[in-house]
Design a protein around this ligand. Structure first.
Ligand SMILES: O=C(O)[C@H]1NCC[C@@H]1O
Length: 396
């Protein structure tokens, strides 16, 4: 499927049975089945920007025991903790499969019923993902008493895990020559924010990185390469600081003792597009997310929008139940189609002095096709490679 152009290769059958609960299953996948991620995401079956999800349908094995399905996410670098675009796709797939009369690809193992709300015309489906439980709602059209399909005139949505501002208005001095990028010019100070939306993100404006303000509205191969270079070096600088001053770390989660990983860097710039034209809330933001190993999100990044909504709420720029539109360069190029909407729907004290928000993220996911993949035992090349890294020793 794709959500706003960002792919999700969904594994619904054929993955080995994983022992334990979801987080243990994730460890097991990392330790013993990473060859499957490599085969599905890397070349020749995939590419640098491919994203994947494995459905774990034994829901008694999720931590909450409440979900309809468990999910593991796959990136070009490993196993992410949260993915909004894939959540929107999976919710639609699960609801459509449960409501189809024929050609079922899979059934939910426990047969836990999906709940239809006649007032909203939505089907509720709960997904247990590595960062916690997300409650999705898929708008449907009933086609008979017990069959239905997604109503694509409306958006699918999910209520996020608690999301929060980790730090606002941080300033870093990029003085180390090997970590500077050309667009910085003579400057060394860069201001940025950091926030959690199921995974940790840095949010930094294109202008702070030294780019012209409308760089995201006119992406070209060279500006994309330059943005990728800048965010890669900026992330490295951030990680070096975190390693040097572990007691000042900004990547803390109250549920885990260890410092968490920085997942992505979101570059933002003002959005000149009047979103109301596309039937979306009028106030809009534009951003581009580099995540995992500099993978470029085509979508506005659901979990990144959670983080940005938490920052905007913390800064008093949005209030409770005030939806805001989030564009990617691709959605801008398509007249607003593919934008996500983010809205604070609740606040939550998650401990550790953190005041979090719950964010409702809305968007639309589409089908692209159905594939069976083959991995021949003696096919060394077919196990997965990055062509542009053949000169390096590291393997993803
Ligand atoms: O929408 C999201 O949250 C995801 N898209 C790719 C990077 C993030 O995991």
């Amino acid at each position: 499927m794709h959500t706003s152009g960002e792919p999700t290769r969904i594994v619904y059958s054929g993955y080995p049975e994983l022992p334990g609960k979801l987080l243990q299953q994730r460890e097991e996948a990392i330790a013993h089945h990473d060859h499957i991620r490599r085969a599905l995401i890397c070349e020749p079956r995939g590419h640098r920007e491919m994203y994947g999800a494995v459905l774990c349908r034994r829901t008694e094995l999720t931590e909450s025991g409440k979900a309809h399905v468990g999910v593991l996410f796959l990136t070009n670098d490993g196993y992410s903790t949260m993915c909004g675009h894939a959540t929107l796709a999976l919710a639609r797939l699960i609801v459509d499969q449960a409501g189809s009369s024929d050609k079922k690809l899979f059934v939910l193992d426990q047969g836990k019923d999906l709940i239809y709300d006649p007032k909203t015309g939505e089907m509720a489906v709960d997904l247990h993902v590595p960062c916690g439980l997300v409650a999705a709602k898929v708008p449907v059209t009933l086609t008979s008493e017990d069959t239905w399909k997604t109503d694509m005139s409306r958006m699918t949505s999910y209520d996020s895990v608690p999301s929060w501002e980790a730090h606002s208005s941080m300033c870093t001095d990029i003085s180390e020559p090997s970590l500077r990028w050309p667009e910085l010019g003579d400057r060394s100070k860069v201001w940025y924010d950091a926030a959690y939306g199921g995974a940790f993100y840095i949010v930094v404006s294109a202008k702070e990185l030294g780019f012209v303000t409308d760089v995201l509205e006119s992406i070209t191969p060279s500006t994309l390469a330059a943005l990728s270079n800048a965010t890669r070096l900026f992330k490295e600088d951030f990680n070096r600081y975190e390693d040097a001053f572990p007691r000042l770390t900004r990547l803390l989660h109250p549920d885990y003792p260890a410092k968490q990983e920085l997942y992505g860097t979101i570059v933002t710039s003002p959005c000149n597009r009047p979103s109301a034209e596309a039937g979306l809330p009028p106030n809009a933001d534009l951003g581009l997310c580099f995540f995992a190993n500099q993978q470029v999100d085509r979508s506005p990044t659901g979990s990144g929008v959670q983080a940005r909504v938490a920052l905007a709420f913390g800064a008093g720029k949005v209030g409770m139940n005030e939806p805001r539109t989030y564009h990617s360069p691709l959605s801008i190029a398509h007249g607003g189609e593919g934008a996500f909407v983010g809205e604070v729907i609740d606040t939550e004290d998650v401990g550790g002095g953190i005041n979090a928000v719950k964010v409702k993220i809305s968007g639309k996911a589409r089908y692209t096709g159905c594939s069976s993949f083959v991995i021949e035992n003696d096919d060394e090349i077919g196990k997965g490679f990055w062509f542009d890294e053949l000169g390096q020793t590291s393997k993803n």
